[in-house]
Design a protein around this ligand. Structure first.
Ligand code: ADE
Ligand code: ZN
Length: 344
């Protein structure tokens, strides 16, 4: 699309107002400290923090694992179907306010089933919030079930079995948690089964792990999108492959900053990924922990890196193209995006 010039001081307004999709957001990572405390009280769960402020002070991460330890502790307050609904509904209201038209939300059932929470409690609460989001907020919301890669493939198979009675309530399968030492190929057989079952497939790869993990996510797991994938820029052949096959990367700038993947936002490689012709998108990952929801990711990244209005359009357009919605729905959203830029 040919854009008229937009002054840099109006970029935040453009970024916040443009229609967009979010494709990489862990719903458990949207649990704000206030909600953690409210749910802890409601459910009689004790947490090792004295106050909301005390908990927030613990959000000083040095790498992925230092975050995951606190993230799994925070999720321990989720027990009832209504808890899962309330968590998802809080995020979905926020998404609607940020002009997110489509969100594909990850959830980690093993974090909950390991504590004795039934699969149906998790899935039904999250799914009911998705249904209400469409009806009451006009937000199209879908779920992607993630296997925890620090656990075994056998446990992933057991999780899949438990989830299959609810297969109409999620659209895809992902792979998350501790990356280094747990390469995608550890889950080759369970992903092959999920592919036979007709699920969309994605995996975290190249967040902290090497480009080799992105290769095996593509060639062994046969994923349709790569979550993060920012380490791909270290491998020129991989960059050519991602561009040629138009494999989307769901990039999460504030997450990368908070987990020390990049020393500061100005050095983030989002612009380089776009310049190389990759279908890069912007996402919030775990917004309650990383200092911002989707619009904050856009605004802070553009301020730090000098990305342009043309690149804002490209990123939002990529987000719709890379989504798992129907072709007709994607086209309608892309036209809405074009109209928004034309009228800005
Ligand atoms: N689970 C939640 N957030 C994650 C991330 N950024 N990487 C891997 N697993 C996660
Ligand atoms: Zn993630």
């Amino acid at each position: 699309m040919n854009l008229k010039p937009i002054p840099a001081d109006r970029l935040p307004e453009l970024l916040r107002g443009m229609p967009k999709a979010e494709l990489h957001m862990h719903i458990e990572g949207s649990l704000e400290p206030e909600l953690i405390f409210a749910l802890a009280q409601r459910n009689g769960v004790s947490i090792p923090y004295a106050s909301v402020e005390d908990l927030r002070r613990a959000y000083a991460f040095t790498n992925l694992q230092s975050f995951l330890d606190i993230y799994y502790a925070g999720a321990s307050v989720l027990l009832k179907e209504q808890d899962f609904y309330d968590m998802a509904w809080a995020y979905l209201q926020r998404a609607a306010a940020e002009n997110v038209l489509r969100t594909e939300m990850f959830f980690d059932p093993q974090t909950h089933t390991a504590r004795g929470v039934a699969m149906e409690t998790v899935v039904n609460g999250l799914h009911r919030a998705c249904v209400d989001a469409q009806a009451q907020l006009g937000v199209s919301a879908a779920l992607i079930l993630c296997f925890l890669r620090h656990l075994s493939e056998e446990e992933a198979f057991a999780t899949l079995e438990q989830a299959l009675p609810h297969r109409d309530k999620f659209i895809g399968i992902g792979l998350d948690s501790s990356e280094v030492g747990h390469p995608p190929e550890k889950f080759a057989r369970v992903f092959a089964r999920c592919r036979e079952l007709g699920f969309h497939l994605v995996a975290h790869a190249g967040e902290e792990g090497p480009p080799a993990y992105v290769w095996t996510a593509l060639d062994v797991l046969k994923v349709e999108r790569v979550d993060h994938g920012v380490q791909s820029s270290k491998d020129a052949a991989l960059m050519r492959r991602l561009a040629a096959d138009r494999i989307p990367l769901t990039v999460c700038p504030l997450s990368n900053l908070k987990l020390c993947v990049f020393p500061d936002l100005a050095q983030h490689n989002l612009g380089a990924l776009l310049d190389a012709g990759l279908v890069a998108t912007v996402n919030s990952d775990d917004p309650a922990y990383f200092g911002g929801y989707l619009n904050e990711n856009f605004v802070q990244t553009f301020a730090a890196t000098g990305l342009t209005a043309q690149q804002a359009f490209q990123l939002a357009d990529n987000s719709f193209v890379a989504s798992f919605a129907s072709a007709a729905q994607k086209q309608a959203w892309r036209e809405r995006l074009q109209a928004h830029f034309a009228g800005f």
